[in-house]
Ligand binder design. Structure first.
Ligand code: ZN
Length: 258
């Protein structure tokens, strides 16, 4: 019976406050190793047999930030871990900026937005793929898919897939909804575009009965909670539901599902 924790990250090892320090990231990977989990990609997760009794964990990185390539990937390789990078191919020329006081993000450098977050380029994505990582699609331009005109869904869901496939030279089968926003119609468009599954931002373990286009994930930066999520991946743990409910609260309060 499967019960797999899927984690998601954004920036690793840039300047704070909107980044995860490398030392903390290493603690996460160390916990995975100590507890005997195997890190697999999101597409490998979807392909597991229902009766598989292995201990798996899935690490995903949203938004295609250059620091994922520069900081996270080398450490993952050091540990021999695979991961899935949900990238935004329309953002190659976009630098995102963070305001350290408000912790807000912007795609333009307004007053107070002083920390730059450059984006990965196509050669970075290809290099990640060639090193054994999975490249997943996080749309072309990262809009809230439930807030754009329907005709733009083709660009965001299908054209982005074709572009990434051309760039990495392989099929792209995993999708991630920006800021976790989707509805039935969008889910259907993602499915018919040829993806095999999609990630949301709601905290949940992946189980045998998880709908493949609504896979929850954990956004957890504190290694103490991270440890608990790994421990409670045991199928008999009773704490799973209260944990998932508790972790939804800060996401709802901030109204940011990334
Ligand atoms: Zn995102």
């Amino acid at each position: 019976m499967l019960k797999v924790p899927v984690f998601y990250y954004h920036s690793i090892g840039n300047r704070g406050p909107e980044t995860l320090e490398i030392s903390e990231f290493r603690k996460h990977l160390e916990l995975i190793r100590q507890q005997g989990f195997k890190a697999i990609t999101f597409s490998e997760l979807l392909a597991l047999e229902a009766h598989d009794s292995g201990r798996y964990v899935v690490l995903t990185f949203d938004d295609g930030l250059l620091d994922n390539f520069e900081n996270a990937a080398p450490i993952l390789s050091e540990y021999g871990y695979k991961a899935t990078f949900f990238v935004i191919p329309g953002f190659d020329q976009v630098i995102r900026w963070v305001n350290p006081k408000t912790r807000a993000w912007s795609e333009s450098q307004f007053d107070g937005f002083s920390i730059p977050f450059p984006s990965m380029q196509k050669h970075h994505r290809r290099q990640l793929f060639e090193s054994g990582m999975e490249i997943g699609c996080h749309t072309m331009n990262h809009p809230k898919l439930n807030a754009i005109p329907e005709h733009r869904l083709q660009i965001e869901i299908s054209d982005s897939k074709a572009l990434l496939e051309d760039q990495v030279g392989s099929e792209i089968t995993s999708f991630c909804y920006p800021k976790g926003r989707y509805n039935e119609m969008i889910l259907d468009r993602v499915r018919t575009a040829g993806y095999l599954g999609a990630c949301t931002t709601m905290p949940a373990y992946y189980r045998n009965d998880t709908p493949k286009f609504e896979c929850g994930r954990f956004l957890v930066e504190d290694h103490r909670i991270y440890r608990k999520i790994l421990e409670w991946a045991s199928p008999v743990s009773q704490w799973t539901d209260p944990l998932c409910t508790m972790l939804q609260i800060p996401l709802k309060l901030k109204n940011t599902y990334f």
